[in-house]
Design a protein around this ligand. Sequence first.
Ligand code: ZN
Length: 444
Amino acid sequence: MLHPFITFLLSFIFYTLDLDKFEINKSHASSILILPEKRPHLTNYYNYSLGTINDMILKEGGKTIGKIIKQNIKKNENLHLFLKRVGFENKLINAITLKIKSDYPSIKILRNIPTNHRIYYAIPKNNLGFGINFKISKFKDLYVWQSNSNEIKTKITKRPFNQINLLNKVEIKDNLYNSAIRNKLPKEIFSELIKTLGFSIDFQRELRKGDVFETLYSQKIDLITNEIIESNPIHYISANLKDNNLKFYKFTTKDGKSNFYDQDGKSSQKTLMKTPLNGARLSSGFGNRKHPILGFTKMHRGVDFAAPVGTPILAAGDGLIEYSGWNGAYGKYIRIKHNGTFKTAYAHLSKIYKKTGTRIKQGDIIGALGNTGRSTGPHLHYEILISGKQVNPLRIKLPSGKNVPKNELEDFYKQQQIINRKIFAMRNKIKNNEFANLKNLKNN
Ligand SMILES: [Zn+2]
């Protein structure tokens, strides 16, 4: 198998990862041989998609078709009902669906096509044949048509795509969420960024105007429609804050697990999270005047996070629920014992999802943010306790999760260098573009 990073290096690649799964399903369905099976013939599979069903018929041979029409699947409609609605005859519909079922018994979408899924078709009339094609996944199309001798033909193809790398820089103007949206950082990339950095950053208190977040990620562009099919994966995340500079590189260790590690190969994950809720839902990154959002002081032995009531509260680390229930001024309250040293507590919750004595994993949803007990507005009051005493979460250094294994560090450093070079080149390109734009402006 290709090293995942080689895949990253190729700026123009085609997606083939699903291929194996398909072959296995197909061969299982067609026979029950115990002897090693011959690999199924791939001539019916995985050429690249063409612009239309018409192009496919021209290429593969078959009856000429008429005008191609596009229509969406209606609610509770399967392919059978769809074809009936748009005017195919019963006998042909039965033959088409039977053929698809026998050719691809294990493709789920063919049994249950989602509402609004787009189908392209041409109705058979006079001497013209029929044609049908639609997407069966982000990366695959199904074509169905008829040969000159009226035999039904099917073919599954890969959609051709282009993979490009993007370097996105978000500078905070008001709050992180709005700034990310303005900078067109894709949603899924933003939420992975928040999740990754939530271990090391207190998103309520640590962000300032001018802080910079940088993300290197890939996007797959469909070459037929020019649409973005997928924004993934992230190769690199950095946060440049006033007192906290972080850089994380995605790396896949030999056991097949992908995680983020800092420059030295230390895991981005810590035993406890600094922000134990979705940082994107915080009411404001900074300067919030509506709620008295307190940091850690002598009088206030925890930190507050303001977010809408109902925001899921996450277990900051693995452990055992030591107390779960009403706790005076704390309102609805949960305390988790993580080990002999660390505990965390969560107060003013609106809902509690885990009972005393429950074992939980880091990131499990344990409750919902609320305004119970002595609270002046919806917020989470969060405490980290060391040997029973509340400590300032901003100040303590927490042990990190599983680091890059020693014997894989060399690979990790090599990959890090390649990413750094890439980022350097992309930053220069951005700069040069800005410079060129500036020059153009002046010349105008
Ligand atoms: Zn508080």
